[in-house]
Design a protein around this ligand. Structure first.
Ligand code: NAD
Length: 423
């Protein structure tokens, strides 16, 4: 397989998906026009004091794609490649993900263009707090609710929450906890949120296997990206008896045909910052990683990692999109031709936004649900939405990405046809 090709513009891919799905479900041209642009694109440039005493400027984004069904909702990414069109694409996928699940949220996304690995914890705290301050009233518990994404975590969300709640006013300080989700448990997070995206992926795999009378026990899988989503999916999937044989991250890829223990690998990553160097597997190239035969492949890194060459190399039964937008549209027909099924991102990785919604509800009602209750609710909702997508695809004879998009677009379209635009 040749070197990875330059990636296309993710916003163009998101637009193509919207156009194709709108045609299948007959979405009104006025709604297509509204959804083809985000409502707001906010760019902030803000100074941060580095440990050295120097001031450095950072560029942060928050794109609010649509809020017809509820407050904007979506992650904050810290990565050196963050760019406006990437954030626009990610924000639009959030709109469709919330609508697909019938969650009363819209879609948003944000990020800062920098590499968090190059900064100390105290610099990361100051970057996060200055970004939150620069966003000001552009976020809010009933307006726009960030969450973790690539390069951010529960600690980042707690810093955002603390900054926001200290700026907006003394009296209703605690009512503002739900300005972000994905917080630590002690600071108002929900049990089950950290593993929710991985758990949702495994619900999809279990349903898919059950419908085909396949036994997860004894099957194999590979995971690209061993961060929050990838590592949690691997740990939960391993409980079904499936075996992780290959994985990789920003630094490189590893393989062990006898299986890699995802718990031990997580400990290695926490210590060293990468899967590379793990004693229980050998290093392989990116090309070898994509060509490794497995039953299930879970992309859980960045968007547009599966291009034509990767689609040609892949040898699996199903791709379950843990990452947002990991598959280029030109790769999809190649996968279909090879008989590889694809469970699309807005369904497969939606466990995160579902439990974010539960966290938001718990904060709003001053409640604390136990893990069992969160997991039961998540399982029920994932299975219900999975079935809806599977039935839509069978009835309308379309692929699953289009089925998931159409269910979402029909809900959004109905809201616009009832409400119109004001004034
Ligand atoms: P993370 O930062 O915890 O992990 C990202 C992983 O991808 C890391 O292992 C990183 O090393 C790896 N990676 C980065 N660049 C890479 C590259 N060029 N090649 C290979 N690996 C690379 O982030 P995360 O929260 O696990 O998010 C991963 C994906 O899942 C993203 O697409 C994100 O938008 C999506 N997602 C996350 C959530 C969530 O709840 N965190 C929910 C839905 C979707």
């Amino acid at each position: 397989m040749p070197e990875q090709q330059p990636k296309p513009n993710p916003y163009k891919i998101a637009q193509e998906q919207l156009t194709r799905a709108a045609e299948i479900c007959g979405l009104a041209p006025s709604t297509i026009a509204i959804l083809s642009q985000p409502k707001n694109e906010i760019i902030v440039n803000f100074p941060v004091r580095m440990d050295s005493g120097e001031y450095r400027m950072f560029k942060g984004y928050r794109v609010q794609h649509n809020n017809i069904l509820g407050p904007y909702k979506g992650g904050i990414r810290y990565h050196e490649l963050v760019a406006l069109d990437e954030v626009k694409a990610l924000a639009s996928w959030m709109t469709y993900k919330s609508a697909l699940h019938d969650i009363p949220f819209g879609g948003g996304k944000g990020g800062i263009k920098f590499s968090p690995r190059d900064h100390s914890v105290s610099e990361l705290e100051r970057i996060t707090r200055r970004f939150t301050h620069a966003l000001g009233a552009n976020i809010g518990p009933e307006y726009d609710i960030p969450a973790p994404d690539v390069g951010t975590n529960a600690q980042t969300m707690v810093w955002m929450m603390d900054t926001y709640m200290n700026v907006v006013g003394f009296v209703d300080k605690n009512a503002n906890r739900r300005v972000v989700t994905g917080k630590s448990i002690t600071s108002g997070g929900s049990y089950g949120r950290e593993s929710a995206t991985g758990q949702g992926i495994v619900h999809c795999i279990s349903e898919w296997a059950r419908d085909r009378r396949l036994e997860p026990n004894g099957s194999t899988f590979s995971v690209q990206g061993f961060g929050n989503v990838g590592s949690n999916a691997a740990k939960i999937l391993a409980r079904t008896g499936a075996s992780l044989v290959a994985t990789g991250d920003w630094k490189g890829y590893i393989f062990n045909g006898d299986g890699i223990n995802p718990h031990k690998l997580s400990e290695h990553v926490a210590r060293s910052g990468s899967v590379l160097g793990y004693a229980g597997a050998r290093a392989i190239t990116r090309e070898e990683f994509f060509a490794t035969p497995v039953d299930v492949f879970i992309p859980a890194a960045l968007e547009l990692e599966i291009g034509v060459a990767e689609a040609k190399a892949l040898s699996c039964k199903v791709i379950v999109e843990g990452a947002n937008g990991p598959t280029d549209s030109v790769a999809e027909p190649i996968l279909a031709e090879k008989g590889i099924a694809l469970i699309p991102d807005i369904l497969a990785n939606s466990g995160g936004v579902v439990v974010s919604y539960y966290e938001w509800l718990q904060n709003k009602r001053s409640e604390r649900w136990d893990l069992e209750e969160v997991e039961e609710r998540l399982a029920k909702r994932m299975k219900r939405t999975y079935l809806a997508v599977s039935e839509y695809a069978a009835t309308r004879k379309c692929d699953w990405r289009m089925a998931a998009m159409c269910i979402a677009l029909e809900r959004i379209g109905k809201a616009y046809s009832e409400r119109g635009i004001f004034p």
